[in-house]
Design a protein around this ligand. Structure first.
Ligand code: PMP
Length: 379
């Protein structure tokens, strides 16, 4: 969709891009300053595979300070984005045929990474009625003797759903009955949370030793291009991830790592400013999408996405062409409204499309107007 959008833009068409999963803010200046200083001080050499010790200590301090989680710095592996941290975790944990339970909708790469690690994804369909969250009963029903891991994100990409402490506690009760299942908790949207403090499933002592917590800098600090993320895990898992990463990419960029130390030690002022801007945009987009007849939209508690159900338009036509699924709707919106979104099929849901609100308020208002017009034209 991004590629098609670029092609239209190259033809001079004004495309509003709501398909990207990245904040539209610049990286805060104090972080960029730290990177410039790192370069000036010749932090330009290979780094330890798991990251500089000062960065891993800053991460351990952050996990204690913000999440009440105790990790030693040697239980932390810094990677080239949270994406690599997730891949490391799956690669070191899975044997061929091991099952990984993934609630849908899920972030696109989860299922592909499981495949690359020769595991099998087992999906639980979370529904809009339950705010795209799974229940303890659904979790238990999906468990088989082959279940190795449960993998999820909260706040979630693409739905923005956030599991409350009570909801996590009910899932934890199930995991207590199955002590061999590991939990891969993707917390990259931690700071874009509109309902209060983030809760990590690793805060529950009965499962902490089976949790792999993944987090990063891309979303909270608007640092997508810097490529830095990390996992925190039981020592045998972090050791294995270090070993694997050492043969694949080595340590991530030296300059980025110094920027990461500055980010973690620099307070949350900018992070909260960006969150507040997202909150305001969420309100604008929610109001406008809710007014479109036929669009079913939830109010997400976090991240920067809407995941509206557009299935009521399936089977409708325009100019002799019938739109049959979410991909058709997404393409139609791109080609006629010039708004780029992502089909829900990419996230394991066939009824919805994902709309990112990492764009200016003016662009969002204009995009919603165009989407409304385009959908109203379907007969
Ligand atoms: N997890 C989720 C849920 C994401 O949405 C993303 C980025 N789109 C990532 C992980 C990867 O982030 P990073 O840029 O740190 O690799």
């Amino acid at each position: 969709m991004a590629k098609l959008g670029r092609e239209l833009s190259a033809k001079g068409i004004n495309v509003i891009n709501l398909s990207f999963g990245e904040p539209d803010f610049h990286t805060p200046q104090f972080i960029k300053d730290a990177a410039a200083e790192a370069m000036a001080n010749n932090f330009t050499y290979y780094t330890p595979v798991s990251g500089y010790p000062d960065l891993r200590k800053a991460i351990a301090d952050k996990l204690k300070r913000e999440n009440n989680l105790d990790y030693n710095f040697d239980q932390i592996v810094v990677s080239t984005g949270a994406k690599q941290a997730l891949a490391n975790a799956l690669m070191v944990m899975l044997n061929p045929g091991d099952e990984v339970i993934i609630p849908t909708p899920y972030w696109v790469s989860y299922s592909e990474m499981v495949k690359l690690a020769e595991g099998e994804s087992v999906y639980i369909n979370a529904t809009a009625e339950n705010n795209f969250k799974i229940t303890a009963q659904e979790l238990e029903a999906a468990i088989t003797p082959k279940t190795k891991m449960f993998m999820f994100s909260s706040p979630c990409n693409p739905t923005g759903s956030v599991y409350s402490r009570e909801e996590l506690a009910s899932l934890v009760k199930v995991f207590e009955k199955y002590p061999n299942i590991y939990i891969l908790s993707d917390e990259i949207y931690e700071h874009i949370n509109f309902i209060g403090g983030h809760v990590s499933i690793a805060e529950f002592p009965s499962v902490k030793d089976r949790c792999i917590v993944v987090n990063g800098f891309s979303k909270a600090y608007a640092m997508t291009g810097w490529r830095i993320g990390y996992l925190a895990a039981p020592k045998e898992i972090s050791d294995a991830a270090d070993k694997l990463q050492g043969q694949i990419t080595s340590g991530t960029c030296s300059i980025t790592q110094k920027a990461g130390v500055a980010a973690l030690n620099g307070g949350l002022k900018e992070v909260h400013e960006m969150r507040d801007a997202f909150l305001k945009r969420r309100g604008i987009v929610h109001e406008l999408l809710s007014q479109i007849e036929g669009v079913k939209v939830n109010l997400p508690d976090g991240a920067f996405y809407f995941f509206p159900d557009v299935s009521s338009f399936f089977g409708k036509s325009v100019d002799g062409k019938t739109l049959n699924n979410a991909e058709d709707i997404s393409l139609y919106l791109l080609n006629t409204a010039h708004v780029s979104t992502v089909t829900g099929e990419a996230f394991g849901n066939e009824k919805c499309i994902r709309i990112s609100y990492a764009a200016s308020e003016d662009e969002l208002r204009e995009a919603c107007k165009r989407i409304a017009n385009a959908l109203n034209n379907l007969k």
